[in-house]
Write a protein that binds this ligand. Structure first.
Ligand code: TYM
Length: 338
């Protein structure tokens, strides 16, 4: 018999620098939309961030800014549990246990590690390699069933399923659920504004490649105006965007910001060039992002208030995760059965 697990949403974001429009549309906006229907647990994953060097003062600042970004995007710290990963010991503890379940062969297939390590694989931290096992532990420590993420995290959630299944099989239990990646909407992979084949990323050396949640209205408009496009006019339906990555990206961003379908957007702008579409996109982006940026600035002005919210979040998170990790240790024979 398979256990029916209570639906619980879990997801996380690294406090490793500023938030981009990709993080917002692929994750934060959707995190806020999940609230109210099921229990939602959102984590600022600082243990993941330190897999690459983080200046201590900068990490602290970025963690608070990220918390502000969550709240400004509509994540309500009363409705959702919002906390910092390292404040809840279950993550490191279960991370180790799950790294003993995960197989080297599985880890070797992780494309994000290969991308991040590049030719430098001998020099990167052991943590960067082990990171997907920690991510599995993050989700499993809450018996998370639904994991809203952007497309780039799909492989890691699938690995989580493999780890959970192997644990259940090896110990002959039905203890961990099989979490589902939830990858929905028009902007599950927001691309760079300079190159439609590359993901929009906070680590791209070109600031013009991304919209940051801290950019002001003029900067947003300017970046959109300068975004790379092709010379053709917009097609009459989304189908016509197939081999036009930059054009497709801009239409998808517009769709995700306004809730309008890509087909409807194409129909409205059919035959017009980007000279007409870009100002409309810039207006939509500014109208949507300006209140969020403003709220983030207000919130970061009071770090003590953010710290209080995160402390309370860690208590609530710990109350769920600690018993699950304890039970994991019991199943593994580390503490006597009750
Ligand atoms: P991170 O911090 O790189 O990104 C956070 C979230 O933003 C999404 N995202 C994007 N979505 C669409 N287009 C983009 N260009 C784009 N860039 C980023 C990511 O898919 C992600 O959902 N390993 C994770 C954090 C993590 C986690 C977890 C997530 C740790 N533990 C447990 C879910 C469950 C990461 O590095 O995301």
């Amino acid at each position: 018999m398979t256990t029916q697990f209570k639906p619980r949403v879990f997801s996380g974001i690294q406090p490793s620098g500023g938030l981009t429009l990709g993080n917002y549309l692929g994750a934060l906006k959707r995190f806020a939309e999940q609230q109210g229907q099921v229990e939602t647990v959102y984590c600022l994953v600082d243990l993941h961030a330190v897999t690459v060097w983080q200046e201590p003062q900068a990490l602290l600042r970025q963690t608070r800014e990220l918390a502000a970004g969550f709240i400004a995007s509509g994540v309500d710290p009363e409705q959702s549990i919002l906390f910092v990963q390292s404040h809840v010991p279950a993550h490191a503890e279960l991370g180790w246990l799950m790294s003993c379940v995960a197989r080297m062969g599985w880890m070797n297939r992780m494309t994000q590690f290969k991308d991040k390590a590049g030719k430098n694989a001998e020099k990167v931290s052991l943590g960067l390699y082990a990171y997907p096992a920690l991510m599995a532990a993050d989700i499993l420590a809450y018996h998370g069933t639904h994991v809203p993420v952007g497309e780039d995290q799909k492989q890691h959630v699938e690995l989580t399923r493999d780890i959970a299944a192997k644990f259940n099989h090896d110990y002959q239990v039905d203890f961990f659920p099989m979490p589902e990646p939830v990858i929905e909407g028009a902007a599950t992979r927001v691309m760079s504004l300079r190159d439609g084949t590359k993901k929009m990323s906070k680590s791209d050396p070109s600031d013009a490649s991304r919209i940051n949640l801290t950019d002001d209205a003029d900067t947003i408009s300017q970046k959109i105006r300068k975004a790379r496009t092709d010379a053709d006019p917009l097609p009459g339906s989304a189908e016509g965007l197939k081999d036009r990555p930059e054009a497709k990206n801009l239409v998808n961003i517009y769709a995700a910001l306004t809730g309008e379908k890509p087909d409807a957007i194409c129909a409205r702008f059919e035959g017009q060039g980007f000279g007409a579409f870009k100002p409309a996109l810039a207006d939509a982006a500014v109208a949507h992002l300006e209140p969020i940026t403003r709220r983030m600035t207000e919130l970061t002005a009071d770090p003590a208030a953010i710290d209080r919210i995160l402390r309370r979040g860690a208590e609530r998170a710990n109350a769920i995760a600690a018993p699950i990790v304890e039970e994991t240790r019991r199943i593994m024979g580390m503490i006597p059965t009750r």
